[in-house]
Design a protein around this ligand. Structure first.
Ligand code: GDG
Length: 474
């Protein structure tokens, strides 16, 4: 069956689970992207193509919660080379300011292109004439071009969820030109921030030699491609409702009690990733306790580190480093029944996340580089009493919008310590003033608005190209 809207992403929003009868089935794993795209998908009879995780082969398309999903299977070699290798060993660190050293391997690259080709072929097969295809993220950068070659009639959008690096870093990539040309298969290319869009246009001019003007790229075949910022957001009302619910309010109270009702609860929630700056933030907090600025009887740091990419070497090393640091800080500075860091290496249901957000006085988000960081926005959405403080890295995309946070440079430990203390000591009036402004921002710019603005621009861009081309012919 042909569809008017096709979403292409590395992952499908589902997990494979065994049912009560032992039969394997699917469970929806709701996330920001699904809630953003769901309304657009329903309106356009959409279908979502992606990998469901694991190595099962020959999976059949299925529907879940009314969404049409098409699973793409991956072989162990493809997972190793495309996903763990090129995506998470090369592109992820390169695009995040080389916080870790990217590795370049030709076999990774070849598999990356082949997987992208398979995804593009599937999209070409499922898209109706003149349909819209929305391709997501750094694992799929070759899809727009490969798809355009197969189906020139399609309207193609590409959105990058992570930063797009400055030319000086991107230049390292042996396949820099191919990737730029891959993305240029789209009509509209979306980034989190204007700076990323500018990096992209500048690189296209320098490396591919196309003419550009402001946010437009002019291709020799007459197409124009627009590169612009569409900062992603969250389902703000959904989080607000959840945080207000009886069950979440009660659970937040329980969490505070379980921690011994400290005066101040600091909270970090991140995928266990070296870009997130977990080590530096815990060290800063540890030093504040050591220096006597904070007291273990009065303050505790809850750090949730969600397991992530555990097959990749750098992630295993990071886990060991954090384990050691937490052990050392608790061993050196904690007291009986009073660890200063409550460390949880686990993932939690959405309700528990909301309860943690509600329980925490100071949310600490300190990535070295982050496309947006939704956790920061979710914390704000859950502060229904308009209190609580957000300490936020300048290098998270979210810092552009959440100006009333305590903004920090995560490389500056003393600066971070000062910000943690200042946030901890702020009075109620100050907290409310800042939180109110941030809540207004995320309510007015929620994920629905994000998806709609991207789709509207994509329509407009395609129309523009059509008009220019017919004017050329006449
Ligand atoms: C990438 C970019 C960009 C986390 N743990 C649990 C859980 N989560 C949810 C959070 C949040 C999401 O995962 C994490 O999003 P972030 O934005 O914080 O970070 P990345 O995973 O690195 O996301 C990032 C994002 O894409 C979107 O474009 O903002 O910059 O790196 O929604 O709530 N959810 C549940 N249990 C957990 O344990 N249910």
């Amino acid at each position: 069956m042909a569809h008017d809207l096709v979403i292409v992403a590395n992952r499908l929003p589902v997990d494979r689970v065994a049912g009560p009868d032992g039969k394997m089935g699917w469970r929806a794993s709701p996330g920001g992207l699904v809630s953003a795209i769901e309304p657009v998908m329903r309106a356009g009879d959409g279908v979502w193509i992606g990998w469901p995780g694991g190595t099962e082969q020959h999976l059949e398309p299925f529907d879940i919660d009314g969404l049409h999903l098409v699973p793409m299977s991956m072989t162990p070699e493809e997972i190793e080379n495309h996903y763990e290798g090129m995506s998470n060993g090369t592109l992820w660190p390169l695009y995040h300011d080389v916080v870790a050293k990217p590795e370049f391997h030709r076999e990774w690259w070849h598999e990356y292109v082949e997987v992208n080709r398979r995804f593009a072929e599937k999209a070409a097969e499922l898209a109706a004439p003149n349909a819209t295809v929305w391709v997501h993220d750094y694992q799929m950068q070759m899809v727009p071009q490969l798809l355009r070659e197969l189906r020139p009639d399609l309207r193609i959008g590409f959105y990058l969820h992570i930063p797009f690096p400055p030319a000086e870093l991107f230049q390292q990539l042996p396949w820099r030109r191919q990737i730029l040309e891959g993305i240029l298969g789209a009509d509209l290319v979306g980034f989190q921030l204007p700076g990323a869009a500018q990096n992209f246009v500048r690189l296209v001019r320098q490396r591919v030699g196309h003419k550009t003007h402001r946010d437009l790229v002019y291709l020799p075949d007459g197409r124009t491609v627009r590169a612009a910022a569409f900062p992603i957001s969250i389902d703000a009302t959904g989080f607000d409702d959840l945080a207000r619910s009886e069950i979440v309010a009660r659970r937040a109270q329980e969490i505070r009690e379980a921690l011994g009702n400290p005066k101040k609860i600091f909270l970090g929630i991140d995928r266990l990733d070296y870009t997130k700056g977990i080590y530096a933030r815990l060290r800063s907090f540890g030093e504040l306790i050591r220096d006597g600025e904070l007291d273990v009887d009065e303050a505790v740091f809850v750090q949730v580190a969600v397991p992530s990419r555990e097959q990749v070497e750098q992630y295993r090393l990071l886990r060991d480093e954090i384990d050691r640091l937490v052990g050392r800080l608790n061993g050196d500075l904690g007291r009986i029944g009073k660890p200063l860091i409550s460390y949880l290496h686990s993932s939690y249901p959405r309700e528990e996340m909301a309860a943690l957000y509600r329980a925490a006085d100071i949310m600490v988000v300190t990535p070295y580089r982050d496309g947006m960081n939704l956790v920061a926005k979710e914390y704000v959405a859950c502060r229904v009493d308009e209190d609580g403080a957000l300490v936020l890295s300048e290098f998270a995309g979210a810092a552009d919008e959440l100006r009333q946070a305590w903004l920090v440079n995560p490389y500056d430990i003393d600066g971070m310590k000062a910000a943690l203390l200042s946030a901890c000591r702020a009075d109620e009036h100050e907290l409310t003033k800042r939180m109110r402004a941030m809540r207004k921002q995320i309510t007015q710019h929620d994920v629905k608005a994000w998806a709609e603005s991207f789709m509207t621009e994509l329509d407009a861009e395609r129309e523009h190209t059509k008009t220019v081309r017919s004017a050329d012919r006449s």
